[in-house]
Design a protein around this ligand. Structure first.
Ligand SMILES: [Zn+2]
Length: 58
């Protein structure tokens, strides 16, 4: 549990923490179909993923 936090894990944890408590986000099958807050958190996570991929390079 002492893994270094990356933007990807941090933003995912933020969404997950919300989705656990949010009835609307819990009831949908895709995070993108959640409530406004859930969708905003998910979009932040997606952007972090894109940023991480670009930072990783190939
Ligand atoms: Zn929600």
């Amino acid at each position: 549990m002492s893994n270094p936090q990356t933007p990807t894990t941090r933003t995912y944890a933020a969404w997950f923490a919300h989705a656990r408590k949010c009835e609307e986000c819990k009831s949908v099958t895709k995070a993108a179909d959640g409530c406004e807050t859930g969708r905003a958190l998910w979009q932040t996570y997606q952007l972090a993923c894109v940023g991480a991929n670009m930072g990783g390079g190939k």
